[in-house]
Design a protein around this ligand. Structure first.
Ligand code: ATP
Ligand code: MG
Length: 355
């Protein structure tokens, strides 16, 4: 039996997660999956109920689960509260407590949505990139950090640190994933300026020796950013640290047209994972029933693939998404003339039916 914890969160979170659960229920029947669902509070909803964005009961359930299906958190209601109680802190704590160090963000352009991208169709059609971002280290977590007074002025400082073992384990994740894809890995660094990434490049190169079939290449982050816009189809798997990965994955996301279509996975060392859409809680459209649930539904597909090791179920869910796009169904964010505009619920039901 597998345990899946559902953390719907705030804003559009509950609306989109509901549709993913609908699809999960159908998948359970169709594939006779032995999956037990539980749910808990996180983010602003948890702050309101228990004055803590990650209550102890939620954390315990998360520890016991094999996978977490996550909606989104935050919103203007909680913007002014003290830093430790902010909804986003709940997610950061969850990631670090569970050791979810590998963030996987696919950027896939569905041919049906080719005209939704901001780039020319010939540049992006067929795009299928997987960015593997280190998520629990690097400059986002390095010590010392802070803002201080020195010689009569303020000084801000952060520390960019990676241990060799942190670099090795993320490189290994990238190589393993690439083995199941096009066997090409690009490692992104700034080795000409930053020592930590000079070591990164060395360690990744060493780790690649265990994967003789993989074609490993290296690029400085500035060049990688440029190439992503110039000729993104040259890439298959991209592996990089926390900061560069943050920026490049948002950039790659935009090649695909809509933020409403982008899933993600954050994995630990034992295939446990947290699965969530790349977008936020979209307070501007929350409660209107118009949010796109496909990013969350495709996050569910990733959950099947990576934590439950059911690639067959993942493929079926993704095929169901493609088929509703083929039918011409579009939520407002991906709507173009000649297609049919539907709401969150109708989109979710259509995917469930197609499955
Ligand atoms: P966060 O800081 O949590 O990332 P954000 O303000 O940066 O949040 P989002 O909440 O992702 O960003 O919203 C950005 C824009 O994209 C908003 O206009 C929002 O309505 C839109 N958007 C986000 N997710 C969806 C979705 N699933 N369907 C339709 N539109 C969406
Ligand atoms: Mg954002």
């Amino acid at each position: 039996m597998s345990k899946v914890l559902v953390l719907a969160g705030d804003g559009i979170g509950p609306e989109i997660v509901r549709e993913a659960v609908k699809v999960l229920d159908v998948a359970k029947q169709k594939f006779a999956l032995d999956v037990e669902l539980d749910e808990a509070l996180v983010g602003g909803a948890a702050v309101d109920a228990e004055n803590d964005p990650l209550p102890q009961t939620t954390l315990e359930k998360a520890r016991a689960a094999d996978a977490i299906l996550f909606g989104s958190i935050g919103g203007p209601k909680w913007d002014a509260i003290e830093r430790d109680k902010r909804p986003e802190r709940g997610l950061l704590r969850l990631r670090s407590t569970l050791g979810l160090f590998a963030n996987l963000r696919p950027a896939i352009l569905f041919p049906q949505l080719a005209d939704a991208s901001s780039l020319k169709p010939e540049v992006v059609s067929g795009l299928d990139i997987l960015i593997v971002r280190e998520l629990t280290g690097g400059i986002y977590f390095g010590q010392p950090r802070g803002i201080k007074e020195e010689n009569g002025e303020r000084v801000g400082f952060n520390t960019y640190v990676y241990t060799e073992s942190e670099m090795r384990r993320i490189a290994k994740v990238a190589f393993e994933l690439a083995m199941k894809r096009d066997k090409r890995v690009l490692s992104v660094d700034k080795a000409n300026v930053l020592e930590v990434t000079e070591l990164w490049k060395e360690v990744v190169t060493e780790e690649a020796k265990a994967y003789p079939e993989i074609e490993l290449s290296h690029m400085y982050v500035d060049n990688a950013a440029m190439q992503l816009v110039r000729a993104p189809k040259q890439f298959d798997v991209i592996v990089t640290g926390n900061l560069f990965g943050d920026i490049l994955s948002d950039e790659a996301a935009m090649l695909t047209g809509s933020i409403g279509m982008l899933p993600s996975a954050s994995l630990d060392e034992n295939r446990k994972g947290l699965y969530e859409p790349c977008h936020g809680s979209a307070p501007d459209i929350a409660g209107q029933g118009i949010a796109n649930p496909l990013a969350t539904i495709m996050s569910l597909a990733m959950l099947m693939r990576y934590s439950l090791e059911r690639g067959d179920v993942a493929d079926a869910i993704e095929a169901a998404v493609e088929s509703v796009l083929d039918q011409g169904l579009r939520t407002a964010d991906i709507y173009t003339e000649g297609t049919r505009k539907v709401g969150t619920e109708e989109m979710g039901s259509a995917v469930a039916d197609a499955l």
